[in-house]
Design a protein around this ligand. Sequence first.
Ligand code: AMP
Ligand code: MG
Length: 424
Amino acid sequence: MTDPAPHGIGLMPMETALKALLAVAGTHVSGETIPLGEADGRVLLDDVYAARDVPPWANSAMDGYAINVADQQSGTPLPISQRIPAGTAPKPLQYGTAARIFTGAPIPEGADAVVIQENCDLTQNDQKEPLLVIKQAVVGRENIREQGADVRYRSVIFKAGHRLRPADLGVLAATGVASVHVGKKPVVALLSSGDELVAPGKELAPGQIYNSNAFVLKALLARIGLQVLDLGAMADTRHETERKLSRAAAQADCIISTGGVSAGEEDHVRAALQGMGELDIWKLALKPGKPFAFGRLPAEKGAGERKHDVLFFGLPGNPVSAFVTFLTLVRPTLLAFMGASEPALKELLMPAGFDAPESGSRQEYLRVSVFQAENALPYLMPLRDQSSGVLSSVAQADGLAIVPPHTSVASGQLLRFLPFGDIV
Ligand code: AMP
Ligand code: MG
């Protein structure tokens, strides 16, 4: 039987789907306090204020001599009155003298500049004590790193919803933060639907293929710090699908399945979900990735303290469709679950290096490479094979370019571009 609805009618636009998913995820956020050293990739649930200035006191940017600039005017060599290595507390600078100082050491009271050692000579007085000759005069505050120049006491360092990156951990450490309040990570269960699937390492019987989606998804999940319960392949029967789904719901906060979510009679995921819980989204105005399903299953008894529904993402089986729906919908939802306020992939605008006729009623995500000739702006070119089964073109791509519904592309036109960067 053919679909009675004209092509494209009733498909949910991507923005609508993402908004709905993020709204659900927002109700699942819960917090925990963890040591700073474990917080890379985690999301802050509170604004963090600086408990002190960074640097905590003015310090020398160079190895050299701390002086008062007024004392260099006479040109008289200056006696050296103290030595200040990093990690020590200096005495006030004696009038008319210099202090030997090293990078990171506190500027003594009374000094207002550091002369770098390369611009100094040392001579001696009659008592064979060292005297400093300044070869190149400094101005006030030269070579001094001011107190609070990096981070100001009581300023907001990071807002709630910020996902921590390595440098952020350093900024927090510099202000003395030892632990952070972050969103809990969801436990994710992975299911692969399809009688044809076999794990690599076994021989293929006729009709079988290797399960590639599970490898892609596990690695993508690992990049947002999530470990996966791999519940393996799921046979194409309603009973087996229901059995696996309830097993997953008993152990996980989120379930991701691939395959079995289209409209064929071998596709049982959607019906099983409708029977056991709620189907909130099915079929998107998206290419590739139309047969995407999202729903919720009740948390199973015996699931401990969990009160929330279990989120279910039914990804299409075609490897490129699974990849695109994961990046554009599942990943942002999982990050929002972890507390992120801006969980969607970062977009850039980049010029197309190609022409394309008007797209259909679905938003297209093209696999593209970035090309750049010498001294020229970069531009996007689509990989030759854009079919949803050809995963090798994802492997070769630098990112995805978005072509909205009913839009043609002319060379030079700016397209929304999702660079893979360290996400992929
Ligand atoms: P389905 O969504 O179940 O109709 O599957 C669509 C296509 O994706 C079929 O060609 C499947 O063989 C293929 N497929 C489904 N699951 C996987 C998987 N885990 N790895 C690789 N290909 C898959
Ligand atoms: Mg299938």
